[in-house]
Ligand binder design. Structure first.
Ligand SMILES: C[S@@+](CC[C@H](N)C(=O)[O-])C[C@H]1O[C@@H](n2cnc3c(N)ncnc32)[C@H](O)[C@@H]1O
Length: 613
């Protein structure tokens, strides 16, 4: 989008393309970083946690908990009524009231409405309107603005733009604001978000940025982290000196540096090559899993997404990044629950039954799974509910119940039982068949998963003679890809059901050269080391928090020729790469793969080799 000047007041109405429908907020899987002003967290791997802040990212928000992570892959989006929902920060009260109409009442709001209005030495006050230039973009899709050296994270603004913004909250180092007016366009590729609930939901943090620009930004985000936190030299174009992706400091907190200033880099090391992000041709409707929080409004059961920055549920049925089959399934389950008077969980009171509806769709087999996450074991009219779901959902193969009674943002509890059908559904990636249980991690974007795993196998550079360890192996997906090219593969994973799936997956695919173990990788790997396992290659694919330092230490001791690191969080990746570099390894290349289009989630695969090879 080109630069011209001119004042643009953002319309407060729904974006085009989806009249009458909108996007809902993702659920979330996995351990993640706490969300803004709320107790919820989202992350990319087990355990599954409830989304609270609504952006789909697991990153803590500035001014709240301080930690920066990134987002969490697993987001349940569902969709919305979308009727004329206003974009926050644009039409203000009128729009928000309309949105409120479809929200759950009585839930806690994560917004800090008593934020400090002024702080000595901070040049802006809460509530003030200011003008600022935007020089960067956080992975939550907030523009990074500067006012007299003070950092403001401005929702709705993009790099290169000059905006008017209303300051929402301030802290000593940074504050938060929302764009009220676009004063000057940048060159950053602003587009109209196709989803009418874009601003309310926040699940797709980057929908207002052209997709090609998103891909460039994701690469830049990796580059910036490798430089700042990993202290690595990075080769290649788009080196980010003038347009940094996200301000971040080495301690994982939102930093105040917005522009890569070219840190002091070691000159004796070859520069790391960071390739352009591999994107999707059609970057919509990709998610194979939805995780919908359930609540109530005026006594009726609703389900959709948590409104950005709060625990308010917005009722909705449409989400543009969700496979349509999942939307249908969620809608059917909600209808069935309403028909039978199933009570919705009230988060404030800790009462009510249905907390979440989690659904999966296996694209290659057409099988669907429903998991009812309940606050207690007894489901009144359970058989009728199962019968209605079977009647309404084509391809349904598994209906399960998971019991979660704890007051926690973690979605799943420990107890899962099958109410009807199979205890797992089956999907295929590149000719390998996988059983997927309710709580097992399975990549949510099947089209991009083939590319991600293909890159991991390529960096492993196997000849058929190698012993390989796959740490954080989930249901054995990467392990089985590797096993086709290796002598032996050892996989380790902390979730017992996932390892049961992994063993079953090896068996149903006739793959015999793999062995799986349950437990923390940092505990199991030293055990393997003691028993004489000497891996030539180690693959790690940790959750957002990265590898345990003990695991890195064991890897360094085991001295594999190559390490392949699959990461969903560039900042913890960069931290771990620094440890590996200090332990005698060299980061050779990085391949970002866009697993989560329109969100701030950045996934990449890194090829690492031992210094003396
Ligand atoms: C990002 S997922 C990757 C799974 C798998 N590689 C895949 O692509 O499907 C990370 C996995 O690590 C597991 N995990 C988390 N902490 C762990 C630990 N300390 N040791 C072993 N596995 C762990 C999670 O349960 C999850 O299955």
């Amino acid at each position: 989008m080109s630069g011209g000047r001119g004042r643009h007041r953002r319309p407060g109405t729904a974006g085009p393309g989806l009249t009458g429908s909108g996007t809902a907020r993702p659920g979330a899987t996995g351990a993640g970083t706490a969300r803004p002003g709320a107790t919820g967290a989202v992350g990319s791997s087990a355990p599954e946690v409830l989304r609270s802040g609504g952006t789909g990212a697991g990153t803590a928000r500035p001014g709240v908990t301080g930690a920066v992570g990134s987002s969490a892959p697993e987001v349940l989006r569902s969709g919305g009524t979308g009727a004329g929902t206003a974009r926050p920060g644009v039409t203000g009260a009128a729009g928000r009231q309309r949105s409120k109409g479809s929200r759950e009442k009585g839930s806690r709001s994560g917004r800090d409405r008593s934020a400090t209005s002024s702080i000595v030495g901070v040049p802006v006050q809460a509530g003030q309107r200011i003008e600022c230039d935007i020089v960067g973009l956080t992975h939550e899709g907030e523009g990074v603005g500067r006012v007299e050296g003070y950092t403001l994270f401005v929702r709705g603004a993009l790099p290169g733009e000059r905006v008017q913004a209303e300051v929402l909250s301030i802290g000593k180092s940074f504050g938060r604001a929302r764009m009220t007016e676009l004063l000057e366009r940048g060159t950053g590729g602003r587009v109209e978000p196709p989803c009418s609930l874009f601003d309310v939901c926040g699940g797709c943090q980057l929908q207002h940025l052209d997709y090609r620009e998103q891909l460039k930004w994701k690469r830049q985000h990796v580059v910036d982290n490798l430089r700042r936190i990993g202290k690595l030299a990075v080769a290649g174009e788009e080196d980010g000196r003038e347009r940094s992706s996200v301000p971040q400091s080495g301690d994982g907190k939102p930093g105040v540096e917005m522009v890569s200033s070219g840190p002091e880099l070691p000159s004796d090391r070859p520069a790391v090559i960071v390739h352009p992000t591999i994107g999707m041709d059609e970057p919509w409707r990709y998610r194979n899993k939805a995780q919908v929080p359930i609540g109530s409004r005026e006594g009726g059961l609703i389900g959709g997404f948590f409104e950005m920055g709060s625990h308010d549920i917005v009722e909705t049925d449409v989400c543009l990044i969700q496979q349509q089959e999942n939307e249908e399934t969620v809608r059917a389950v909600k209808e069935a629950a309403r028909m039978l008077g199933v009570s919705a969980y009230n988060r404030a009171a800790g009462r009510g039954l249905l907390r979440h509806v989690v659904v999966r769709h296996a694209r290659t087999t057409g099988q669907r799974m429903v998991v009812l996450v309940t606050n207690g074991r007894d489901i009144p009219h359970a058989q009728e509910l199962v019968a209605l779901i079977r009647e309404k959902v084509p391809g349904i193969a598994s209906i399960c119940q998971n019991v979660q009674t704890a007051e926690t943002p973690v979605v799943f509890g420990e107890e899962t039982r099958t109410l009807w059908g199979e205890e797992a559904i089956f999907d295929e990636i590149d000719g390998i068949r996988f059983a997927i249980s309710p709580r097992s991690f399975f990549q949510v974007n099947p089209e991009q998963t083939v590319r991600l795993y293909g890159q991991a196998v390529e960096y492993a550079a196997l000849t058929g003679k190698e012993t390989v360890i796959d740490a954080y192996c989930g249901i054995g997906t990467i392990s089985l890809f590797l096993a086709r090219h290796a002598d032996r593969v050892f996989g380790v994973e902390i979730v017992p059901e996932a390892i049961e799936d992994a063993r079953r997956n090896a068996e149903i695919n006739g793959i015999e050269n793999v062995e799986f173990a349950v437990g923390p990788a940092e505990v199991v790997m030293p055990r393997w080391q003691a028993s004489g396992v000497t891996p030539d290659v180690i693959v790690v694919d940790p959750p957002r928090k990265g590898c345990d330092p003990a695991l890195i230490a064991t890897m360094v001791e085991l001295k594999p020729t190559r390490i392949v690191y699959v990461s969903c969080n560039p900042s913890t990746l960069a931290r771990d790469l620094r440890l590996l570099e200090d332990g005698g390894y060299r980061t050779v290349e990085a391949q970002p793969v866009d697993m989560f289009p329109h969100t701030g989630h950045v996934e990449c695969v890194i090829g690492i080799c031992r210094d003396d090879t």
